[in-house]
Design a protein. Structure first.
Length: 474
């Protein structure tokens, strides 16, 4: 299904729309826009469409029913079929293995953009020119460190699900699922159905936090039914749900052997005398998702704080960013799930094509965004979680920077933000560039997380940078 971007260019070499990301939002936007008559190029870092949510088992594994590992598979399958049809007809150029590392405005007459990508295992340079751009770059997991979280066997909750969906493997035979957010229920259900023993789902928040958003809940009966389905799966597999609890330490030598679980107060501080040990050989832990915004912030797109203490893009009702010619859809506008991402992708496609947004899509977006806000507020990390960090607990895994050194930078050296902590301690200077430790460093510095601002969204060979044309003098 791979095609070349030269299959459907205009006279000046630019397509009508370039979509970055082939997850639910990007896939929906691309096929909808092509159906509305636009020439589209869809670029994605992955091997196959679907993104992190609709991961596929490797072909060599011979999975007979990959749809059994997914919720809402039919919504993906219909759009993947449409992608193939549009690609065959030359309406979409689909470019897998293309990791876009920057987007720059064209210098010529008229609006337009050039997307620079690293392509394939050989890291070849690739460029695409487009009149408009849709950013559907998704999100990554938020991790809050705890003593022992660097032990083998401690994985991200989303990572455990990815192992199961893509590799048909389990992170362990006895897996504690911990953190906060509705993803935990889905992960625990999937692991248990695949044969793992899940002794507990350890949720730091309390579901009573949803009570303040009753109207949003009642407008989304499908979400309530989905939650009931996950709850029923936990009951069938004998999985215990511990709300307002957290894994405060992982124990083991060569790998994790047990975790300490403690009850939390309203601010997520561990309550003395409530700790207990749970034997396990793996821990799947995550505290929700963080929108991936590097390309957008590199373009100067405005951001806003989200109720879950992350940063999202500021978007209008038609998914426009603050930068003319740039749209965005899905998790970049705030974490909301696959159904919302599909809806927003379609809305953006109509807007880019100059068509009125169907009222049903607008209503669905409003309804699902209200639920997403309720979900974000209910699972927002409390300020007291830093109380389970010891001085020697690594916060930045890449650079091995412990909590004590970060606290020293704040309390003794006068650091008042994550950037200053980074300069004083190297926290955030490693391979992940602060994606994993950023929220924790900001919390220890006493500030809210700042939007990611990076000139490059992924590692780029120097030869690509050297080959870029020089900017004209101003």
């Amino acid at each position: 299904m791979t095609t070349s971007p030269s299959d459907s260019p205009s006279a000046d070499g630019a397509v009508d729309l370039a979509v970055v990301g082939a997850g639910p939002a990007g896939l929906a936007a691309a096929v909808t826009a092509a159906g509305l008559g636009l020439r589209v190029t869809l670029l994605d870092a992955g091997e196959r469409p679907g993104g992190q949510y609709f991961r596929h088992p490797a072909p060599g594994l011979g999975a007979a029913r990959p749809e059994a590992l997914h919720h809402g598979w039919s919504a993906f399958a219909s759009r993947e079929a449409a992608l193939r049809a549009h690609a065959s007809a030359g309406r979409i150029a689909y470019l897998p293995y293309h990791h876009v590392w920057t987007v720059t405005p064209d210098q010529g007459a008229g609006p337009g953009w050039t997307l620079h990508a690293v392509a394939g295992p050989d890291e070849a340079p690739a460029t695409v020119r487009a009149r408009t751009v849709l950013l559907a770059t998704g999100a990554y997991e938020r991790q809050l460190p705890f003593p022992g979280w660097t032990l083998p066997g401690v994985v991200g909750a989303g990572g455990a699900q990815a192992m199961l969906k893509a590799g048909l493997v389990l992170p362990g035979s006895r897996v504690v699922v911990a953190g906060s957010g509705p993803l935990l229920l889905a992960v625990a259900g999937s692991l248990a159905a695949a044969g793992a023993r899940v002794p507990a789902v350890v949720e730091a928040a309390a579901y009573t936090g949803y009570a303040a958003h009753t109207p949003a809940l009642l407008r989304n009966p499908g979400k309530l039914a989905e939650g009931a389905t996950y709850g029923g799966a936990l009951l069938r597999h004998g999985v215990r749900l511990l709300t307002r609890h957290a894994v405060t330490e992982a124990h083991g030598t060569d790998r994790v052997e047990a975790v300490t679980v403690a009850r939390l107060d309203r601010d997520w501080r561990p309550l003395p005398g409530t700790a207990r040990r749970i034997p396990c050989d793996a821990v799947a832990v995550g505290h929700g998702l963080v929108p991936q915004l590097e390309l957008a912030t590199g373009l100067g797109c405005a951001t806003r704080p989200s109720p879950d203490a992350t940063v999202a893009l500021e978007l209008d009702a038609e998914q426009r960013t603050s930068v003319p010619g740039i749209w965005s859809a899905g998790e970049t506008g705030g974490i909301g799930g696959a159904q919302l991402a599909l809806t927003e992708g379609e809305i953006a496609a109509h807007s880019i094509a100059g068509r009125p947004v169907p009222a049903r899509l607008a209503r669905t977006r409003t309804r699902l965004r209200a639920f997403a806000a309720a979900m974000a507020g209910a699972h927002r990390p409390g300020p007291g979680w830093t109380g389970w960090l010891r001085e020697d607990t690594d916060v930045c895994r890449c650079e091995e920077v412990p909590a004590g050194r970060i606290r020293e930078a704040v309390e003794d050296l006068g650091a008042r933000d994550a950037r200053t902590v980074k300069l004083l301690t190297r926290a955030g200077m490693g391979w992940c560039q602060g994606r994993m430790c950023g929220p924790a460093v900001a919390a220890l510095a006493g500030t809210d997380p700042a939007p990611d601002r990076r000139p490059l969204s992924c590692p780029v060979p120097l030869r690509h940078l050297a080959a870029l044309p020089a900017e004209p003098p101003h």
